[in-house]
Write a protein that binds this ligand. Sequence first.
Ligand code: FES
Ligand code: FE
Length: 371
Amino acid sequence: MTTAPASSLHATLPGSYYTDPQVFLREQEHVLESLWMCAVRSADLPRPGAYRTVRIGRESVLVTRNRHGALRAFLNVCRHRGARLCTEESGQVRRNLQCPYHAWTYDLDGKLVAAPNLSKMPDVGRDAYGLRPVALREWLGYAWVCLADDPPSFEDSVIGAATERLGDAAAVERYRVHELTLGRRITYDVAANWKLIVENFMECYHCATIHPELTEVLPEFADGLAAQYFVGHGARFGEEVKGFTVDGSAGFARLSGLAEEQDRRYYAVTVRPTVFLNLVPDHVILHRMYPLSVDRTVVECDWLYAPEVVASGADVSASVELFHRVNAQDFAACERTQPAMSSRAYRDGGVLVPSEHHIGGFHAWVRSLVG
Ligand code: FES
Ligand code: FE
């Protein structure tokens, strides 16, 4: 008896995973509201009372700094009758957060400190009716939040992703990302399911077709094998290339602390579910996604440089332009794919060719969480 050879084609998820609001609801519950999510860049909140509100799953989360400067996160919901506490995307309060409805007032640790007639209402406990806290961790200079009652291990699920990809726990630390400064931020509003964006980031089968500038800088990308295909692999710059820039011109000085083997290489890390980390010798690009609906995802992309580069007023546009083009090319591809997900042609999904097989691990992970 002979056994059939294993197929070199693996199935993708069926189209409904990208179009069905019920699937998205389960993802909100079991992925976005259950795992650690990169919410806010810490430096965007420079002082006590600075705040930002972000959408995590179905919730609005308020991230701020208390009077001692420590980051705090709360559900952005007043404990009185549920009004949205902060309606702006970002802002600055002096000492307290006051609800615009009946003026219940919370300090920056979430404690209820004032309300009209509060002294005549002894049942309103100041701690019992404080804002609902959200778990928060700081890593790479970002505040990560988790809405789960019992958050998964940050070390395993977040830091572990970078270690697994780079093959070495120290590799990401050498970039000292938390010390870098924001050189540019671009926000993309993408009409595509968040998983299409993850899958696209994980493979490079498309690189030769849609990324002419990137394959010029990283010639091995033209072969279609993504840096993420091999543990610890960083794509090498082309011989003539001086820096990770749109025209291969020189970038900036290598970040101090990088190992020799990290020079002239591009490393990509997917931190599931919604963060992409791109590491090159002179800067770091961090994408974080906010999935808003089954077919809409906002992506905030930060280009981070050594503080002295930004302070000097150096022109960062040649390096920003490279990945901004890559982003625009990738997101256009995702937007072209999204409407076809509801086609009967894609009812049973498509196929992953060998250079995309590692995406199967992402699909298995999604299935394990949402069923
Ligand atoms: Fe906030 Fe009433 S709902 S004070
Ligand atoms: Fe791409």
